[in-house]
Design a protein. Structure first.
Length: 235
């Protein structure tokens, strides 16, 4: 699957290495050396995927992601960072990054992550035979348009949150382990694996629960995982 990939990376050596490996896969690659250039390239060239370094001059990667998601741009984003704290990684996911890779990384792993993101994006954009609405109690998902509503009220979800919610809505009352939910995120960095799922669940509860601190829809099954239920009003 050949694609137009934008690499936003101010380290020339890292950018050149990423470009060599991605072009060997048949991708067309552009490089932006700072966040402002990255935003301009996104507006002018409409890439299929953005590889975005967090630490960049002028506008950093997190601010680039904030700007894109505030504009409802669903461009797939793979974030790169040299930061090693869990909070920094989780912030990127919370802002709507599709995947995260920490430096130093293997160029082959980068290529594999890109391949996975492009495959997932292609599945989402290609019309298929099944596009039925998913409804669990007051929570409704439209997989084809990537929309969520609760009691008819639209709810904004990041791509990761949507994938987890859709997985659980497809099998209401089934208990999913953290590992099973992590697989729905397609290879998020192992460094944040279990915590990543917990953060997505916490954020989803703020969006779909009447009282997030006392969930009745997105339930914890202690020692096992999580499940999505219709809630007491639909029993």
């Amino acid at each position: 699957m050949c694609a137009h990939v934008l690499v936003a990376e101010d380290d020339e050596k890292q950018a050149r290495l990423a470009r060599i490996y991605l072009e060997s896969e048949g991708h067309h690659v552009l490089v932006a050396k700072d966040g402002r250039d990255a935003l301009e390239h996104v507006r002018r060239t409409a890439p299929d995927l953005l590889i975005l370094d967090v630490m960049m001059p002028r506008v950093d990667g997190l601010d680039v992601l904030r700007i894109l998601r505030a504009a409802d741009d669903e461009l797939p984003v793979l974030m790169l960072t040299a930061r090693s704290t869990e909070d920094d990684l989780l912030l990127g996911l919370d802002l709507g990054a599709d995947d995260y890779l920490t430096k130093p990384y293997s160029p082959r792993e980068l290529v594999a992550r890109v391949r996975t993101l492009l495959r997932r994006t292609n599945r989402r954009q290609t019309p298929g035979p099944v596009s039925a609405m998913l409804a669990v109690g007051a929570v409704t998902l439209d997989p084809l348009r990537h929309l969520v509503s609760v009691e008819g009220r639209p709810v904004d979800c990041t791509p990761g949150e949507f994938r987890l919610l859709a997985a659980m809505a497809g099998q209401p009352e089934r208990v999913f382990s953290r590992q099973q939910l992590l697989e729905e995120l397609h290879g998020i960095d192992r460094f944040v694996s279990a915590r990543t799922v917990d953060v997505h669940i916490m954020n989803l509860r703020r969006k779909i629960e009447p009282t997030p601190g006392r969930p009745v829809r997105l339930i914890t099954v202690y020692g096992v995982g999580y499940k999505l239920t219709a809630g007491p009003d639909h029993e």
